[in-house]
Design a protein around this ligand. Structure first.
Ligand SMILES: [Zn+2]
Length: 107
C-alpha cells in the first residue's frame, strides 16, 4: 500500500496513478529525501509523522519548525507526536556554536 504523494489517500498499489485524485502515487523522480520527510509531516499515519519529525531533527532541517510548533501548540494528534515535536523543536531552535539560528525570534 502507498499513500498518494498529492492527496495522502491510501492506494492498494505502490506506483501508477492514485485511485482518488489521479496523480502519480509516487513523488516526482529525484525528490530529495528531506522533501519526502517534510511531506510526511502531514501523513495520515501518526507513526510515519513521528518518524519524519525525528528524521528532520536528526538532519537539522529547520523547514520543519513551523509544523513542529503546530504539533506542540495544538496537540490534537496525540501526546506522542507533540512530545517528539517538542524535543526536536528544542534541538532545532537552540543556537549551537556554528549555527545561524541566533536571530530566530523567541516567544
Ligand atoms: Zn491522490
Amino acid at each position: 500500500m502507498a499513500y498518494c504523494w498529492y492527496c495522502y489517500q491510501p492506494n492498494d498499489h505502490d506506483d501508477g496513478d492514485c485511485d482518488v485524485c489521479g496523480h502519480p502515487v509516487l513523488p516526482p523522480p529525484a525528490t530529495p529525501a528531506a522533501d519526502i520527510e517534510l511531506w510526511a509531516l502531514s501523513h495520515p499515519d501518526l507513526d510515519r509523522r513521528i518518524a519524519a519529525v525525528r528524521w528532520l531533527g536528526d538532519h537539522h532541517d529547520t523547514r520543519a519548525v513551523q509544523a513542529l510548533r503546530q504539533f506542540v501548540e495544538d496537540p490534537v494528534l496525540g501526546p506522542d507526536l507533540a512530545a517528539a515535536a517538542a524535543q526536536v523543536l528544542t534541538e532545532l531552535t537552540v543556537p549551537g556554536p556554528d549555527c545561524g539560528l541566533r536571530s530566530a525570534r523567541r516567544g
